[in-house]
Design a protein around this ligand. Structure first.
Ligand SMILES: Cc1cc2nc3c(=O)[nH]c(=O)nc-3n(C[C@H](O)[C@H](O)[C@H](O)COP(=O)(O)O)c2cc1C
Length: 185
């Protein structure tokens, strides 16, 4: 089996992440890979926002403020969870889709392309020895969060990609039998 195929079959998200995260040069390489996501009509729907170091605290404050706007009654535990969420990894990459009007490429296809780009970020980071996890939650669908991150009205969050290095052993991979997911028509 090829090394690449084996790597693809073993991709594994990691929720417990620590330093180091990919540096600027490595991120360039990661985004170059992610931008090779399939893209109908080459609309280039994906972009990425890098949030590292101290800026993660600013993101946490934004998430807490937006939680309060969604739910005035949010308790201290929920507020702390939102505020501390970005500190779960040394680096957060927000993957964004910019939706364009196109006669042949509906918004769904553009979102799918950006989803492939997000997967590309995770794969490319893992290929360099890093680890990551794709997260969303209510904040990812909250227009106030999008505004706070500077997204335009034609843009949406596809996911928060938490990146860093594995803290502890990799979780075991689920046993998946492809025959259960495949039929011949
Ligand atoms: C669109 C999307 C959103 C997700 N949101 C979350 C999330 O908010 N929290 C979470 O723990 N996992 C979330 N996941 C799942 C993880 O990224 C991951 O796939 C899951 O933990 C299974 O691990 P694995 O990818 O190694 O199989 C999301 C996955 C996708 C594709």
């Amino acid at each position: 089996m090829s090394e690449i195929l084996r790597f693809l079959q073993r991709r594994n998200s990691c929720a417990k992440l620590t330093e180091p995260a990919p540096g600027p040069g490595e991120l360039d390489e990661i985004f170059a890979a992610a931008l090779r996501a399939p893209d109908h009509a080459w609309l280039r729907p994906s972009r990425f926002i890098v949030i590292a170091g101290e800026r993660r605290h600013a993101l946490g404050e934004l998430l807490e403020q937006c939680l309060l706007q969604r739910n005035r009654a949010a308790d201290d535990a929920a507020r702390a969870k939102a505020r501390n969420a970005p500190l779960r990894a040394p680096l957060v990459v927000v993957t964004v889709v910019k939706l364009s009007a196109h006669p042949k490429v509906p918004p769904l296809e553009q979102r799918l392309s950006a989803g492939c780009a997000a997967h590309g970020v995770l794969l490319a980071a893992e290929s360099l020895g890093y680890a990551g996890i794709w997260r969303t939650g209510d904040a990812a669908f909250d227009r106030n969060v999008m505004d706070g991150l500077g997204l335009g009205q034609d843009e949406e969050i596809i996911g928060f990609l938490y990146l860093g290095s594995r803290d502890g052993a990799a979780k075991s991979l689920p046993e998946l039998h492809s025959a259960e997911f495949v039929t011949t028509w």
